[in-house]
Design a protein around this ligand. Structure first.
Ligand code: XMP
Length: 425
């Protein structure tokens, strides 16, 4: 906006990450004279605009066109949970400045998505990979509600899933969504084979993404449906879209999400992404609207690449089994102690290349380190590490070290997002 209206946009001299105090100018007419250091450099707001808030780094933290246009601009992020009253700011803008009525609700959204799905069908089928996570389960329930058995869901067992996940998910979905049949495709061998020796995170993600596509193709061909007759369902959410999309400049690719980006031309399948505009908390609300049980809807998210991005180093059956076992103990204890529902996402991470010396009984051990991660968040764009009681940590650590072969040390991750991310890769 500044650029288009005749201002000058350039990188600040000092960068601003994390916490900053936003100071509102009481007398806007005073403009930049009351407090903020003059911004070094040549950044300029367009004619007709005034600064309405500043931080110690910039005098233009928020600007307003005071003439007639009712244009506002901010340099901070009112949409993230770390901004106090950020949602109120957006709400005030949308309701009071823009003049919207605020009538959007989940029931209507759900109906609208059902209409869209039906309108795109044209006698075709929808195929979709279900991971067992909240997103794909909600997407599957939505499409099943829209088109019944024209929806053909399948689950790819990548060998990088939670412990016994394929079996559990199949049982759960088929019992909660009457009429749904979930086909499970065992691709564990392909994944372990192609990931052998690969340690670079983006490379792993790309391989996992490619193998997923190949598994899609295989699952679809086993269904006997020509690609031209199929639409592909993906449970892409809005944060995935933001973090994976590099438009002409401002946002750089942080991680390559394997569930965004489309399919190779040979598959010729149109993708439908009914959750593309939703944040996680909204997906959960939609799941409730669709009648999914609380245990499904409140499940912590699980990333598409699965344990692949939680094994920091080479992936093989042994490291995957080790990690899924540790993770299972961790989650079981969190559920038992009532912490699971207070946490946005919890999981274990394995450092297969790091070995530490320990002692068990009379023996020296030289084994892997397991990291426990737990964060609180509502939008998954920002997150705080969870303040876990020591007795709970002690019990989990004790159980993992005693029960999981190959792990002799457990650490707790105390990093927030940003600057860390939730996953380790
Ligand atoms: P990060 O690590 O970016 O994670 O802070 C934010 C949320 O996204 C999940 N995540 C993924 N989900 N495919 C997914 O479906 C992916 O490639 C992927 N990478 C991260 C992560 O688990 C967290 O909930």
């Amino acid at each position: 906006m500044c650029h288009s209206l005749g201002g000058k946009v350039e990188a600040g001299v000092k960068r601003e990450f994390g916490h900053a105090d936003l100071l509102i100018r009481e007398d806007v007419a005073l403009q930049s004279q009351n407090g903020a250091k003059k911004t070094k450099g040549r950044a300029k707001i367009p004619p007709g605009f005034a600064s309405i808030a500043y931080t110690s780094n910039t005098e233009y933290a928020a600007i307003e066109d005071q003439v007639v246009r009712h244009f506002y601009g901010v340099q901070y992020h009112p949409e993230v949970t770390h901004t106090p009253n950020g949602a109120t700011m957006i709400k005030n803008f949308v309701l009071k400045v823009v003049g919207c009525k605020g009538e959007w609700n989940m029931h209507d959204f759900c109906q609208k998505q059902i209409d869209i799905i039906m309108s795109k069908l044209h006698g075709k089928y929808v195929v979709g990979a279900v991971s067992g996570g909240v997103d794909s389960s909600v997407a599957a329930a939505l499409v099943h509600k829209a088109i019944g058995d024209r929806f053909r869901p399948f689950m790819v067992d990548t060998g990088l899933l939670r412990k016994d996940e394929a079996r559990i998910v199949k049982e759960r979905l088929e019992s909660h969504i009457p009429g749904m049949k979930l086909k499970v495709l065992d691709a564990t061998g392909d994944f372990y084979k192609e990931l052998a020796g690969v340690t670079e995170p983006e490379k792993k993600r790309k391989i996992i993404g490619r193998l997923f596509v190949e598994a899609f193709e295989k699952a679809v061909s086993e269904m006997g449906l020509p690609h031209e007759d199929c639409l592909l369902l993906q449970g892409t959410l809005y944060p995935d879209v933001i973090e994976s999309t590099s438009y002409k400049g401002p946002s750089s690719v942080i991680k390559t999400h394997h569930n965004v980006g489309g399919l190779p031309d040979r598959m010729k399948m149109e993708v439908i992404e009914p959750l593309r505009l939703l944040f996680k908390d909204e997906v959960r609300a939609l799941g409730r609207e669709l009648g999914l049980p609380v245990t499904s809807v409140m499940r912590h998210p699980f990333p598409g690449p699965g344990l692949g991005i939680r094994i920091i180093g080479e992936i093989n059956k042994e490291t995957a089994d080790r990690l899924s076992h540790a993770d299972d103990i961790y989650i079981e204890e969190l559920r038992k102690t009532g912490h699971y529902d207070k946490i946005g996402q919890a999981f274990a991470v394995l450092l297969p290349t790091v070995r530490s010396v320990g002692v068990m009984g009379d023996h020296r051990t030289y084994e892997n380190v397991c990291i426990l991660r737990a964060v609180t968040t509502t939008d998954f764009m920002t997150a705080d590490w969870y303040d876990m009681p020591h007795d709970v940590l002690a019990r989990i650590s004790n159980r993992i070290i005693n029960e999981v072969k190959g792990i002799n040390r457990v650490c707790y991750d105390v990093s927030s997002k940003p600057p860390a991310t939730i996953e380790w890769e």
